[in-house]
Design a protein around this ligand. Structure first.
Ligand code: FAD
Length: 516
């Protein structure tokens, strides 16, 4: 065993002080605590070839949100007598070098089920065990430990929400209040030969000239997360009556849901603390909604996808994924580019894709519409391609939840009613007949009369001229005809489902080619 009396607290997600069992354990009985964050260039290095600013993996909004969250964490640590030590490089190599240089006897970090962290953690844990360093890696990113649920279910993840609920029951920790604050932390020890830098700015990471684009309205960090949480739960009636999927996806001035997902993604907000705040509200109202539609129900959806993702090999792809229907998706790069770059000619779809690029967040039903349009609704493009675009541009981009929802929306898993397709015209109109959402995110259409705003190609030329928007010149004509494209998609899905059933899911590459 290492003889030191110092702990290394490795922050990755879990960028918070409240409900942070790894940080609490790191500080217990320690003379020094080294709070470390490693910036992985693989995720953060600018990619000049990407279609929008950012790295190849992350758009600018998420990079900025992460840096803001680190600045906030550093400030909170400083208030407790500590600070954040920021490094840049391959995380496992840096961690091992820190463990070699500092006299550390405890390594603490939040457990993570994402494949990226599973691989990284294995390397670091291997080193720690040979060096006699204790590793403490508690589950605190989710309400439940996915491995426990899978074990209760005989080694397989539950594949429906209802079966997940039955297995999960009440979380054990929920009966006593979670630790919400720390009064102090042991100081940082001698850092040896390392040069420690402050949290870098986006410019210092190499993003020059950034700032021309409209900025996402969401600021990163635990302080902002707790403020937003307080705002959300202050309206007890709203919390008690929350019902999803009801709610207006076009509401952008005051979104219909909490917009806490970016904070949950980075762990600026503990999902367990959020859950406890919600159950406190429920105890003080006469009646409230229940899962799957309630707010607690939304957190349980999150845990559901984490559990299935953790227990399903190749969850993030079609091939080799036993819960995914094998469908002969097309790889039409032109259609994909039109969708990604908001050039489909359907204003409702394009406005949502602009909101994704500019804000890094859209309402759940807006995500439904564009995911359906790209895949089984209109374009028949592979869900993995759409998943990649979301993965890069969403601030809340989350491996388990994003893949799970793309599997769902493409009718590849969980949901199979492929005849139910979102209309790119009438769905948005139901909520926003005047098209205010479209006018905001697609200003080129701002003067289009409301009769034509969802189908501008049907406007007579005189109206297009008056609206200063000629279809085909200022805004594209539709790249597909929804009526015929959606019929063709249903036909192809029907054939693919029949083949999957006949072959019990064992569909070969040749079978798929024959369906194309
Ligand atoms: P609220 O309605 O206020 O819900 C509170 C929290 O519950 C959310 O922050 C989120 O953590 C969780 N939650 C809500 N809905 C879901 C859901 N369907 N599945 C799992 N958890 C849920 N959410 C992500 O956090 N990251 C993603 O990468 C992501 N990708 C998606 C991709 C597609 C194609 C679709 C259809 C949905 C995706 N979602 C994703 C789920 C959902 O749209 C967002 O979680 C939600 O819109 C976030 O807004 P909110 O915080 O206001 O949600």
């Amino acid at each position: 065993m290492s003889s030191g009396s110092a702990s290394l607290m490795w922050f990755r997600k879990g960028l918070r002080i409240h409900d942070n069992p790894a940080l609490e354990y790191a500080s217990k009985g320690a003379k020094f605590v080294y709070p470390v964050f490693v910036i992985d260039p693989h995720y953060m290095e600018p990619d000049p070839t990407a279609f929008s600013p950012g790295s190849s993996r992350a758009g600018m909004n998420r990079i900025r949100f992460l840096l803001e969250s680190l600045v906030d964490l550093d400030l909170s640590l400083k208030k407790l007598g500590s600070r954040l030590l920021v490094f840049k490089g391959e995380p496992s190599e840096i961690l091992i070098r820190c463990l070699q240089e500092w006299d550390v006897n405890k390594l603490c970090f939040e457990y993570d089920t994402d494949p990226y962290y599973q691989a990284l953690d294995m390397k670091v844990k291997d080193y720690a065990s040979t060096a006699g360093i204790e590793v403490f890696s508690p589950v605190s990113h989710t309400l439940f430990n996915p491995a426990d649920i899978i074990q209760k279910n005989g080694g397989k993840p539950p594949l429906t929400y209802q079966s997940f609920l039955k297995l999960a029951g009440q979380p054990l920790w929920a009966s006593s209040p979670l630790p919400v604050s720390l009064s102090s932390l042991p100081p940082v020890g001698d850092v040896g030969y390392f040069e420690i830098s402050e949290v870098p700015t986006v410019e210092e990471l190499g993003y020059k000239g950034y700032g021309q684009e409209e900025l996402s309205p969401f600021r990163g960090g635990e302080s902002e997360a707790l403020k937003k949480l307080r705002e959300s739960i202050s309206d007890k009636e709203w919390v008690a009556n929350f019902e999803k999927p009801k709610g207006d996806p076009s509401a952008y001035l005051k979104p219909a849901t909490t917009v806490l997902s970016p904070y949950l993604k980075f762990g600026c907000l503990s999902s367990r603390y959020f859950y406890q705040c919600l159950t406190d509200v429920y105890q003080n109202v006469k009646k409230h909604t229940s899962p799957p539609v309630s707010l607690v129900g939304q957190l349980l959806w999150r845990d559901f996808f984490y559990t299935v993702a953790f227990g399903t090999p190749n969850f993030d792809r079609m091939k080799g994924n036993r819960i995914c229907k094998q469908i002969p998706w097309s790889n039409d790069d032109e259609l994909l580019a039109a969708w990604r770059e908001a050039r489909t000619g359907y204003p409702w779809i394009d406005a949502i894709m602009v909101q994704l690029r500019k804000w890094g967040w859209m309402h759940h039903l807006a995500r439904h519409c564009v995911a359906c349009f790209l895949t089984r609704g209109d374009m028949f493009v592979h869900w993995e391609k759409g998943r990649d675009v979301f993965e890069r541009l969403l601030i809340d981009s989350d491996w388990a939840i994003n893949n799970g929802n793309w599997l769902w929306l493409s009718c590849s898993s969980f949901f199979y009613q492929y005849n139910r397709i979102y209309s790119p015209v009438s769905f948005g109109k139901k909520y926003d007949p005047n098209g205010n959402y479209i006018r905001h995110f697609l200003p080129v259409l701002k003067d289009m009369p409301k009769e034509y705003i969802y189908e501008p190609w049907t406007a007579p030329l005189t109206i297009q001229t008056r609206a200063k928007c000629i279809i085909g010149r200022d805004y594209p004509a539709p790249v597909v005809s929804h009526d015929s494209a959606s019929k063709e998609c249903k036909r192809k899905l029907g054939e693919a489902y029949a083949l999957n059933q006949k072959l019990n899911g064992q569909v070969s590459e040749d079978d798929l080619k024959n369906l194309r």
